[in-house]
Ligand binder design. Structure first.
Ligand code: FES
Length: 249
């Protein structure tokens, strides 16, 4: 090899090495920066500030009493999550500052404790969401079964990105970790319902049905029954002795 070429290669290698030392970055490998879709800190808005009223309805107040009665009196703070969930449901799928304050007041803890819980668990939405909260699972089993295509189908059909709400406030789209239905991957959750064994086509049909307020089929979107394998039921063939949780299984 010509000595001029060797010299040029050595200078290039040294320049790259100096760049790594100077910037502290490795130039040959990088990973994507992952950010949560959820907002973990409070920002005052017109519909969510210290003056936005919140109180449980009379009917929900009875539920509050029922929930609290499940815990020993000195552990009423254990009712935090079910009460936050109740407040979120009453508030249209998201939990406001004053709703968290109300829960904290009822169970006798500092408001900050309720803020911490509501910010930590992804089941709580700290900002307003659309009527249909579309959560697409993109964890490994779902990803291997095509969740990227499902997510893209949602983005394309709704014309929004992850973390956004449609202009008509009918849909909010988020990406979530495993929702525990991996056997029927890929799957999504809309509000309280799971839709499984999806394809981009069935995904789009499902969104269209919801847009038209038509009834949807919850669970597997193919011919699978519950979580049975493709060959059908192979074990536990005799009639169950009970307790029976679902009559249709
Ligand atoms: S990985 Fe999607 S439900 Fe478990």
């Amino acid at each position: 090899m010509q000595s001029a070429t060797l010299l040029k290669r050595s200078i290039n290698a040294l320049s790259k090495q100096s760049l790594i030392i100077a910037t502290g970055k490795r130039s040959f490998q990088s990973s994507a920066i992952l950010r949560s879709d959820a907002l973990s800190r409070h920002i005052d808005t017109d519909d969510n500030n210290d003056h936005t009223p919140f109180d449980f309805t009379e009917e929900n107040m009875k539920k509050v009493d029922t929930i609290i009665s499940k815990y020993p009196p000195k552990y009423r703070q254990s009712a935090m999550i079910p009460l936050l969930d109740l407040a979120q449901r009453q508030n249209g799928g998201w939990i406001s500052l004053k709703a968290m304050d109300k829960v904290a007041e009822i169970i006798g803890v500092a408001p900050m404790v309720a803020y911490e819980v509501a910010s930590f668990y992804t089941m709580f939405n700290r900002t307003k969401i659309g009527k249909n909260f579309v959560q697409v699972c993109t964890t490994t089993p779902c990803m291997l079964r095509g969740s990227t295509d499902i997510l893209n189908a949602c983005k394309h059909h709704l014309n929004i990105n992850v973390g956004e709400t449609t202009k008509d406030e009918k849909f909010t789209l988020v990406e979530v970790e495993c929702l525990g239905a991996c056997v029927n991957a890929p799957m999504i959750c809309i509000n309280d319902d799971y839709y499984e064994d999806l394809t981009p086509e069935t995904m789009k049909n499902l969104l269209t049905q919801i847009e038209k307020s038509e009834p949807t089929k919850v669970g597997p979107q193919n011919h699978r029954k519950a979580a049975e394998g493709p060959q059908g039921k192979t074990t536990l063939l005799e009639a169950p002795t009970g307790p029976i949780c679902r009559e249709d299984l």
